[in-house]
Ligand binder design. Structure first.
Ligand SMILES: Cc1cc2nc3c(=O)[nH]c(=O)nc-3n(C[C@H](O)[C@H](O)[C@H](O)COP(=O)(O)OP(=O)(O)OC[C@H]3O[C@@H](n4cnc5c(N)ncnc54)[C@H](O)[C@@H]3O)c2cc1C
Length: 421
Protein backbone atom coordinates (compact mmCIF):
# COMPACT_ATOMS: atom_id res chain seq x y z
CA UNK A 1 0.00 0.00 0.00
CA UNK A 2 1.19 3.56 -0.72
CA UNK A 3 2.29 5.61 2.28
CA UNK A 4 -0.30 8.34 2.97
CA UNK A 5 0.36 11.92 4.21
CA UNK A 6 -1.91 14.92 4.83
CA UNK A 7 0.26 17.11 2.59
CA UNK A 8 3.11 16.36 0.20
CA UNK A 9 5.34 19.24 -0.90
CA UNK A 10 7.47 18.89 -4.04
CA UNK A 11 10.79 20.82 -3.86
CA UNK A 12 12.86 22.07 -0.92
CA UNK A 13 13.80 25.55 -2.14
CA UNK A 14 12.74 28.64 -0.16
CA UNK A 15 9.04 28.10 -1.04
CA UNK A 16 8.90 24.39 -0.09
CA UNK A 17 10.95 24.76 3.09
CA UNK A 18 9.12 27.80 4.44
CA UNK A 19 5.69 26.29 3.77
CA UNK A 20 6.60 22.87 5.14
CA UNK A 21 8.06 24.46 8.30
CA UNK A 22 4.72 26.17 9.01
CA UNK A 23 2.37 23.40 7.87
CA UNK A 24 4.20 20.58 9.68
CA UNK A 25 3.14 22.24 12.96
CA UNK A 26 -0.40 20.95 12.22
CA UNK A 27 -0.20 18.20 9.58
CA UNK A 28 1.80 15.13 8.52
CA UNK A 29 3.98 16.61 5.79
CA UNK A 30 6.35 14.85 3.40
CA UNK A 31 8.86 16.95 1.40
CA UNK A 32 10.29 15.35 -1.74
CA UNK A 33 13.45 16.98 -3.15
CA UNK A 34 15.48 15.64 -6.07
CA UNK A 35 18.80 17.25 -4.96
CA UNK A 36 20.47 17.65 -1.54
CA UNK A 37 18.19 19.58 0.82
CA UNK A 38 19.82 22.87 1.84
CA UNK A 39 21.91 23.38 -1.32
CA UNK A 40 20.99 25.76 -4.10
CA UNK A 41 22.65 27.91 -6.77
CA UNK A 42 20.53 30.96 -6.10
CA UNK A 43 21.82 34.09 -4.36
CA UNK A 44 19.71 36.02 -1.91
CA UNK A 45 19.59 39.58 -0.83
CA UNK A 46 16.93 40.95 1.40
CA UNK A 47 16.48 43.73 3.96
CA UNK A 48 17.67 44.10 7.53
CA UNK A 49 14.14 44.46 8.92
CA UNK A 50 13.16 41.18 7.22
CA UNK A 51 16.26 39.51 8.72
CA UNK A 52 14.95 40.56 12.11
CA UNK A 53 11.33 39.62 11.40
CA UNK A 54 12.15 36.12 10.09
CA UNK A 55 15.14 35.52 12.43
CA UNK A 56 17.84 35.06 9.77
CA UNK A 57 20.78 36.71 11.62
CA UNK A 58 23.03 33.64 11.45
CA UNK A 59 22.93 33.69 7.64
CA UNK A 60 23.87 37.36 7.05
CA UNK A 61 27.17 37.66 5.14
CA UNK A 62 27.25 41.44 4.67
CA UNK A 63 25.07 44.51 4.96
CA UNK A 64 24.85 47.83 3.13
CA UNK A 65 22.74 50.97 3.27
CA UNK A 66 22.05 51.55 -0.43
CA UNK A 67 21.53 49.96 -3.84
CA UNK A 68 22.92 51.73 -6.89
CA UNK A 69 21.45 51.72 -10.40
CA UNK A 70 23.96 53.20 -12.82
CA UNK A 71 23.77 53.96 -16.54
CA UNK A 72 25.98 56.11 -18.75
CA UNK A 73 23.42 58.94 -18.47
CA UNK A 74 22.43 58.97 -14.81
CA UNK A 75 22.37 57.01 -11.58
CA UNK A 76 20.13 56.46 -8.60
CA UNK A 77 20.90 55.46 -5.03
CA UNK A 78 18.04 53.53 -3.48
CA UNK A 79 18.41 54.19 0.22
CA UNK A 80 17.59 51.08 2.21
CA UNK A 81 19.19 48.80 4.78
CA UNK A 82 20.00 45.65 2.82
CA UNK A 83 21.35 42.26 3.89
CA UNK A 84 23.16 39.66 1.80
CA UNK A 85 22.32 36.15 2.87
CA UNK A 86 24.17 32.84 2.64
CA UNK A 87 21.31 30.75 1.31
CA UNK A 88 22.96 27.42 2.21
CA UNK A 89 23.04 28.31 5.92
CA UNK A 90 19.45 29.45 5.79
CA UNK A 91 18.00 26.58 3.76
CA UNK A 92 19.78 23.97 5.92
CA UNK A 93 18.43 25.58 9.09
CA UNK A 94 14.89 25.74 7.69
CA UNK A 95 15.17 22.02 6.92
CA UNK A 96 16.47 21.14 10.41
CA UNK A 97 14.00 23.33 12.28
CA UNK A 98 11.11 21.50 10.58
CA UNK A 99 8.77 18.66 11.63
CA UNK A 100 8.30 17.36 8.08
CA UNK A 101 9.63 14.10 6.76
CA UNK A 102 12.22 14.55 3.96
CA UNK A 103 13.18 12.21 1.17
CA UNK A 104 15.53 12.65 -1.81
CA UNK A 105 13.37 11.66 -4.78
CA UNK A 106 12.60 12.99 -8.24
CA UNK A 107 8.89 13.63 -8.81
CA UNK A 108 7.75 12.65 -12.30
CA UNK A 109 3.96 12.97 -12.01
CA UNK A 110 1.02 13.68 -9.72
CA UNK A 111 -2.35 12.05 -10.55
CA UNK A 112 -5.81 12.36 -9.08
CA UNK A 113 -6.95 9.30 -7.19
CA UNK A 114 -10.30 8.84 -5.37
CA UNK A 115 -10.56 12.36 -3.90
CA UNK A 116 -6.85 12.63 -3.14
CA UNK A 117 -3.62 12.64 -5.16
CA UNK A 118 -1.01 10.05 -5.94
CA UNK A 119 2.58 11.33 -6.23
CA UNK A 120 4.89 9.29 -8.44
CA UNK A 121 8.69 9.52 -8.02
CA UNK A 122 11.76 7.66 -9.34
CA UNK A 123 11.68 5.51 -6.15
CA UNK A 124 8.11 5.17 -4.93
CA UNK A 125 4.47 6.29 -4.93
CA UNK A 126 2.68 8.22 -2.17
CA UNK A 127 -0.82 9.47 -1.46
CA UNK A 128 -1.90 12.80 0.02
CA UNK A 129 -4.99 14.97 0.53
CA UNK A 130 -3.09 17.94 -0.85
CA UNK A 131 0.01 18.27 -3.06
CA UNK A 132 1.83 21.61 -3.16
CA UNK A 133 4.15 22.11 -6.13
CA UNK A 134 7.21 24.16 -5.01
CA UNK A 135 9.50 22.77 -7.72
CA UNK A 136 10.48 26.16 -9.12
CA UNK A 137 10.39 27.56 -12.64
CA UNK A 138 11.18 24.19 -14.24
CA UNK A 139 8.54 22.21 -12.35
CA UNK A 140 7.71 19.20 -14.53
CA UNK A 141 4.04 19.49 -13.53
CA UNK A 142 3.25 23.00 -14.79
CA UNK A 143 4.57 22.00 -18.22
CA UNK A 144 3.06 18.52 -18.26
CA UNK A 145 -0.39 19.82 -17.27
CA UNK A 146 -0.16 22.65 -19.82
CA UNK A 147 -0.73 25.36 -17.19
CA UNK A 148 1.63 28.10 -18.38
CA UNK A 149 -0.26 31.06 -19.90
CA UNK A 150 2.76 33.21 -20.76
CA UNK A 151 6.30 33.54 -19.53
CA UNK A 152 9.64 35.26 -19.97
CA UNK A 153 12.95 33.82 -18.85
CA UNK A 154 15.79 35.68 -17.24
CA UNK A 155 18.85 33.49 -17.47
CA UNK A 156 21.21 34.21 -14.53
CA UNK A 157 24.83 33.15 -14.53
CA UNK A 158 27.85 34.26 -12.54
CA UNK A 159 29.96 33.34 -9.60
CA UNK A 160 31.21 33.87 -6.09
CA UNK A 161 34.54 35.62 -6.75
CA UNK A 162 37.62 36.10 -4.56
CA UNK A 163 40.93 37.89 -5.06
CA UNK A 164 39.45 41.35 -5.58
CA UNK A 165 38.09 44.40 -3.75
CA UNK A 166 34.34 43.97 -3.28
CA UNK A 167 32.03 47.00 -3.62
CA UNK A 168 30.57 48.43 -0.41
CA UNK A 169 27.00 48.37 -1.74
CA UNK A 170 24.77 46.51 -4.16
CA UNK A 171 25.17 47.67 -7.78
CA UNK A 172 23.20 47.14 -11.00
CA UNK A 173 24.52 48.13 -14.47
CA UNK A 174 22.86 47.62 -17.87
CA UNK A 175 25.02 46.18 -20.66
CA UNK A 176 22.93 47.70 -23.48
CA UNK A 177 22.87 44.56 -25.61
CA UNK A 178 20.12 42.71 -27.45
CA UNK A 179 19.41 40.48 -24.44
CA UNK A 180 18.83 43.44 -22.08
CA UNK A 181 21.65 42.03 -19.99
CA UNK A 182 22.45 43.62 -16.67
CA UNK A 183 25.13 42.92 -14.12
CA UNK A 184 24.52 42.77 -10.38
CA UNK A 185 27.34 42.64 -7.86
CA UNK A 186 27.72 42.93 -4.12
CA UNK A 187 30.01 42.28 -1.20
CA UNK A 188 29.79 38.71 0.17
CA UNK A 189 31.96 38.85 3.26
CA UNK A 190 35.68 39.78 3.44
CA UNK A 191 37.42 40.00 -0.01
CA UNK A 192 34.61 38.09 -1.68
CA UNK A 193 31.91 39.26 -4.01
CA UNK A 194 29.03 37.81 -5.98
CA UNK A 195 28.65 38.89 -9.60
CA UNK A 196 25.74 37.65 -11.71
CA UNK A 197 24.63 38.55 -15.24
CA UNK A 198 20.87 38.54 -15.87
CA UNK A 199 19.73 38.10 -19.48
CA UNK A 200 16.18 38.54 -20.68
CA UNK A 201 15.92 35.79 -23.26
CA UNK A 202 14.08 35.82 -26.53
CA UNK A 203 11.43 33.08 -26.51
CA UNK A 204 13.40 30.66 -28.69
CA UNK A 205 16.76 30.94 -26.90
CA UNK A 206 17.81 27.97 -24.81
CA UNK A 207 19.44 29.27 -21.58
CA UNK A 208 21.95 26.39 -21.67
CA UNK A 209 23.28 27.63 -25.04
CA UNK A 210 24.39 31.00 -23.68
CA UNK A 211 25.56 29.96 -20.21
CA UNK A 212 29.26 29.64 -20.98
CA UNK A 213 29.38 32.99 -22.82
CA UNK A 214 27.51 34.56 -19.90
CA UNK A 215 30.07 33.19 -17.44
CA UNK A 216 32.99 34.38 -19.61
CA UNK A 217 31.46 37.89 -19.77
CA UNK A 218 31.39 38.03 -15.97
CA UNK A 219 34.98 36.83 -15.55
CA UNK A 220 36.23 39.25 -18.24
CA UNK A 221 35.02 42.17 -16.16
CA UNK A 222 37.08 41.09 -13.14
CA UNK A 223 40.61 40.25 -14.32
CA UNK A 224 42.62 38.30 -11.73
CA UNK A 225 39.52 37.16 -9.80
CA UNK A 226 39.06 33.50 -8.88
CA UNK A 227 35.62 31.85 -9.03
CA UNK A 228 34.90 29.69 -5.95
CA UNK A 229 31.30 28.79 -6.68
CA UNK A 230 29.14 29.13 -9.78
CA UNK A 231 25.76 30.80 -9.23
CA UNK A 232 23.08 30.17 -11.79
CA UNK A 233 19.43 29.58 -12.52
CA UNK A 234 16.50 30.85 -14.53
CA UNK A 235 14.07 33.41 -13.24
CA UNK A 236 10.70 32.98 -14.83
CA UNK A 237 8.14 35.74 -14.87
CA UNK A 238 4.65 35.33 -16.23
CA UNK A 239 1.36 33.75 -15.25
CA UNK A 240 -0.34 30.38 -14.96
CA UNK A 241 -3.71 29.52 -16.53
CA UNK A 242 -4.69 28.10 -13.14
CA UNK A 243 -2.97 28.40 -9.77
CA UNK A 244 -4.79 25.36 -8.39
CA UNK A 245 -6.21 22.01 -9.49
CA UNK A 246 -8.29 19.64 -7.36
CA UNK A 247 -6.09 18.72 -4.34
CA UNK A 248 -3.13 20.59 -5.86
CA UNK A 249 -1.57 24.03 -5.42
CA UNK A 250 1.40 25.87 -6.97
CA UNK A 251 3.58 28.14 -4.85
CA UNK A 252 6.88 30.01 -5.23
CA UNK A 253 8.43 30.17 -8.69
CA UNK A 254 6.30 27.26 -9.97
CA UNK A 255 3.21 29.35 -9.19
CA UNK A 256 4.86 32.28 -11.05
CA UNK A 257 4.58 34.26 -7.86
CA UNK A 258 7.79 36.11 -8.72
CA UNK A 259 6.70 39.61 -9.67
CA UNK A 260 7.74 40.54 -13.17
CA UNK A 261 10.72 42.87 -13.46
CA UNK A 262 13.07 42.04 -10.63
CA UNK A 263 12.80 38.32 -9.86
CA UNK A 264 12.71 38.66 -6.08
CA UNK A 265 11.15 35.24 -5.54
CA UNK A 266 13.05 34.57 -2.34
CA UNK A 267 11.68 37.79 -0.85
CA UNK A 268 8.18 36.92 -2.12
CA UNK A 269 8.32 33.57 -0.31
CA UNK A 270 9.48 35.29 2.89
CA UNK A 271 6.68 37.83 2.69
CA UNK A 272 3.86 35.46 1.79
CA UNK A 273 4.60 32.05 3.37
CA UNK A 274 2.78 32.66 6.65
CA UNK A 275 -0.33 34.00 4.92
CA UNK A 276 -0.17 31.11 2.44
CA UNK A 277 0.13 28.53 5.26
CA UNK A 278 -2.83 30.06 7.08
CA UNK A 279 -4.95 29.83 3.93
CA UNK A 280 -3.86 26.23 3.30
CA UNK A 281 -4.65 25.28 6.92
CA UNK A 282 -8.16 26.74 6.67
CA UNK A 283 -8.83 24.80 3.45
CA UNK A 284 -7.42 21.57 4.93
CA UNK A 285 -9.44 21.93 8.14
CA UNK A 286 -12.70 22.46 6.27
CA UNK A 287 -11.80 19.89 3.59
CA UNK A 288 -12.25 22.48 0.83
CA UNK A 289 -9.75 21.05 -1.62
CA UNK A 290 -11.56 21.43 -4.91
CA UNK A 291 -9.94 23.50 -7.68
CA UNK A 292 -12.60 26.19 -7.30
CA UNK A 293 -12.02 26.58 -3.55
CA UNK A 294 -8.21 26.35 -3.71
CA UNK A 295 -8.11 28.95 -6.51
CA UNK A 296 -9.32 31.54 -4.00
CA UNK A 297 -6.01 31.31 -2.14
CA UNK A 298 -3.78 33.15 -4.65
CA UNK A 299 -5.75 36.44 -4.80
CA UNK A 300 -5.89 36.43 -0.98
CA UNK A 301 -2.13 35.97 -0.67
CA UNK A 302 -0.91 38.31 -3.42
CA UNK A 303 -1.26 42.05 -3.89
CA UNK A 304 -2.65 42.08 -7.42
CA UNK A 305 -2.05 45.82 -7.88
CA UNK A 306 1.62 45.30 -7.07
CA UNK A 307 1.89 42.44 -9.60
CA UNK A 308 0.16 44.51 -12.29
CA UNK A 309 2.38 47.50 -11.63
CA UNK A 310 5.49 45.31 -11.96
CA UNK A 311 4.18 44.09 -15.32
CA UNK A 312 3.93 47.68 -16.60
CA UNK A 313 7.46 48.56 -15.47
CA UNK A 314 8.77 45.32 -16.98
CA UNK A 315 7.09 45.75 -20.35
CA UNK A 316 8.12 49.38 -20.80
CA UNK A 317 11.65 48.61 -19.57
CA UNK A 318 11.99 45.64 -21.92
CA UNK A 319 11.44 47.69 -25.08
CA UNK A 320 13.36 50.76 -23.87
CA UNK A 321 16.46 49.12 -22.46
CA UNK A 322 18.25 48.29 -25.67
CA UNK A 323 18.12 51.86 -26.94
CA UNK A 324 18.67 53.88 -23.82
CA UNK A 325 20.12 51.55 -21.23
CA UNK A 326 17.63 52.05 -18.42
CA UNK A 327 17.75 55.86 -18.75
CA UNK A 328 14.01 56.37 -18.28
CA UNK A 329 13.83 53.73 -15.56
CA UNK A 330 16.53 55.48 -13.54
CA UNK A 331 14.86 58.86 -14.21
CA UNK A 332 11.71 57.35 -12.72
CA UNK A 333 13.59 56.09 -9.62
CA UNK A 334 15.09 59.58 -9.16
CA UNK A 335 11.61 61.09 -9.46
CA UNK A 336 10.44 58.71 -6.68
CA UNK A 337 13.37 59.78 -4.46
CA UNK A 338 13.52 57.94 -1.13
CA UNK A 339 10.21 56.21 -1.88
CA UNK A 340 11.85 54.23 -4.69
CA UNK A 341 12.82 51.45 -2.25
CA UNK A 342 9.22 50.23 -1.97
CA UNK A 343 9.40 49.10 -5.60
CA UNK A 344 12.32 46.73 -4.93
CA UNK A 345 10.69 45.63 -1.70
CA UNK A 346 7.37 44.98 -3.45
CA UNK A 347 5.60 46.83 -0.64
CA UNK A 348 2.81 48.85 -2.24
CA UNK A 349 0.26 51.08 -0.55
CA UNK A 350 -2.49 52.73 -2.58
CA UNK A 351 -0.86 56.11 -1.99
CA UNK A 352 2.56 54.84 -3.13
CA UNK A 353 1.06 53.16 -6.19
CA UNK A 354 -0.62 56.35 -7.38
CA UNK A 355 2.55 58.40 -6.88
CA UNK A 356 4.61 55.74 -8.68
CA UNK A 357 2.26 55.54 -11.68
CA UNK A 358 2.20 59.35 -11.99
CA UNK A 359 6.00 59.57 -11.78
CA UNK A 360 6.35 56.64 -14.18
CA UNK A 361 4.25 58.28 -16.92
CA UNK A 362 6.02 61.61 -16.29
CA UNK A 363 9.42 60.04 -17.05
CA UNK A 364 8.08 57.57 -19.65
CA UNK A 365 5.57 59.65 -21.62
CA UNK A 366 2.68 57.57 -23.01
CA UNK A 367 3.32 58.96 -26.51
CA UNK A 368 6.90 57.67 -26.35
CA UNK A 369 5.79 54.31 -24.93
CA UNK A 370 3.40 54.04 -27.91
CA UNK A 371 6.38 54.48 -30.27
CA UNK A 372 8.57 51.81 -28.65
CA UNK A 373 6.25 48.98 -27.57
CA UNK A 374 4.04 46.85 -29.88
CA UNK A 375 0.35 47.84 -30.07
CA UNK A 376 -0.91 44.84 -28.05
CA UNK A 377 1.53 45.62 -25.21
CA UNK A 378 0.61 49.30 -25.32
CA UNK A 379 -3.06 48.37 -24.96
CA UNK A 380 -2.18 46.15 -21.96
CA UNK A 381 -0.20 48.99 -20.31
CA UNK A 382 -2.97 51.60 -20.67
CA UNK A 383 -5.72 49.16 -19.64
CA UNK A 384 -3.75 47.89 -16.63
CA UNK A 385 -2.74 51.41 -15.49
CA UNK A 386 -6.33 52.60 -15.53
CA UNK A 387 -7.48 49.44 -13.70
CA UNK A 388 -4.83 49.97 -10.99
CA UNK A 389 -5.83 53.62 -10.55
CA UNK A 390 -9.49 52.59 -10.29
CA UNK A 391 -8.64 49.84 -7.77
CA UNK A 392 -6.64 52.30 -5.70
CA UNK A 393 -9.54 54.78 -5.77
CA UNK A 394 -12.01 52.07 -4.63
CA UNK A 395 -9.57 50.93 -1.94
CA UNK A 396 -9.19 54.49 -0.64
CA UNK A 397 -12.96 55.10 -0.68
CA UNK A 398 -13.51 51.88 1.32
CA UNK A 399 -10.78 52.86 3.76
CA UNK A 400 -12.35 56.30 4.25
CA UNK A 401 -15.76 54.69 4.76
CA UNK A 402 -14.43 52.31 7.45
CA UNK A 403 -12.51 55.11 9.16
CA UNK A 404 -15.65 57.26 9.22
CA UNK A 405 -17.71 54.35 10.49
CA UNK A 406 -15.07 53.69 13.16
CA UNK A 407 -15.21 57.43 14.00
CA UNK A 408 -18.98 57.12 14.43
CA UNK A 409 -18.53 54.05 16.61
CA UNK A 410 -15.91 55.88 18.71
CA UNK A 411 -18.28 58.83 19.14
CA UNK A 412 -21.06 56.41 20.24
CA UNK A 413 -18.76 54.90 22.90
CA UNK A 414 -17.79 58.39 24.12
CA UNK A 415 -21.47 59.38 24.31
CA UNK A 416 -22.13 56.22 26.32
CA UNK A 417 -19.31 57.07 28.73
CA UNK A 418 -19.81 60.80 29.13
CA UNK A 419 -23.47 61.32 28.34
CA UNK A 420 -24.98 62.69 25.12
CA UNK A 421 -23.32 66.12 24.96
C1 LIG B 1 21.26 33.56 -9.56
C2 LIG B 1 19.98 33.96 -8.86
C3 LIG B 1 19.99 34.99 -7.96
C4 LIG B 1 18.82 35.34 -7.27
N1 LIG B 1 18.89 36.34 -6.34
C5 LIG B 1 17.78 36.65 -5.62
C6 LIG B 1 17.87 37.64 -4.58
O1 LIG B 1 18.93 38.18 -4.34
N2 LIG B 1 16.74 37.93 -3.86
C7 LIG B 1 15.54 37.33 -4.13
O2 LIG B 1 14.56 37.65 -3.46
N3 LIG B 1 15.43 36.37 -5.10
C8 LIG B 1 16.53 36.03 -5.85
N4 LIG B 1 16.45 35.07 -6.84
C9 LIG B 1 15.16 34.44 -7.08
C10 LIG B 1 14.94 33.32 -6.08
O3 LIG B 1 16.11 32.58 -5.93
C11 LIG B 1 13.82 32.38 -6.54
O4 LIG B 1 12.68 33.13 -6.86
C12 LIG B 1 13.53 31.38 -5.41
O5 LIG B 1 14.61 30.51 -5.25
C13 LIG B 1 12.27 30.59 -5.72
O6 LIG B 1 12.09 29.64 -4.72
P1 LIG B 1 11.29 28.29 -5.01
O7 LIG B 1 11.40 27.50 -3.75
O8 LIG B 1 9.96 28.62 -5.57
O9 LIG B 1 12.07 27.55 -6.20
P2 LIG B 1 13.55 26.99 -6.26
O10 LIG B 1 14.48 27.77 -5.40
O11 LIG B 1 13.86 26.86 -7.71
O12 LIG B 1 13.41 25.53 -5.61
C14 LIG B 1 12.79 24.47 -6.30
C15 LIG B 1 13.26 23.15 -5.69
O13 LIG B 1 12.53 22.09 -6.28
C16 LIG B 1 13.43 21.02 -6.60
N5 LIG B 1 12.85 20.24 -7.71
C17 LIG B 1 12.72 20.63 -9.01
N6 LIG B 1 12.18 19.65 -9.74
C18 LIG B 1 11.96 18.61 -8.90
C19 LIG B 1 11.43 17.29 -9.07
N7 LIG B 1 11.03 16.84 -10.27
N8 LIG B 1 11.32 16.49 -7.98
C20 LIG B 1 11.73 16.93 -6.75
N9 LIG B 1 12.27 18.15 -6.54
C21 LIG B 1 12.38 18.98 -7.60
C22 LIG B 1 14.71 21.75 -6.99
O14 LIG B 1 15.84 20.89 -6.87
C23 LIG B 1 14.75 22.90 -5.96
O15 LIG B 1 15.40 22.56 -4.78
C24 LIG B 1 17.60 34.67 -7.54
C25 LIG B 1 17.59 33.64 -8.47
C26 LIG B 1 18.75 33.27 -9.12
C27 LIG B 1 18.70 32.14 -10.11
Amino acid sequence: MNQKFDIIIGGAGPAGLLLSKELSKYFDVLVLEKENVGKSHITCYTYQDRVKKYKMHDAVMSTCDKIEFRTIYNHHFMIDKCAIIDKNILLSRWAEDNNSEFSQENISDVRHYEGSVRVITNKSEYEADLFIDCMGANSPLIWKKNLVKFFKVWSCYGGSLTNLNPPDHLQFFPMNDKYNTYLMHYNFGPSRMHAVLFRNLAENTNPVDIMSSQFKSVMKRFPGAKCEEILFGNIMTGALKKTALDNMLFYGDSGMFTPSACGMGFNQCLQTHQKMSKEVKQHMDSNQLSEKKLAQITPNVLNQNAMDFMQIVNKVGFYNNTQEGWKNGVDWLNEMGRDSKYWMRNEFSAEWGKKALKAFFKTNALVDIAKTVPASEYYFIVKTASRILKNFAVYEAKDLFYRQRKGLADRKILRGLFGDK
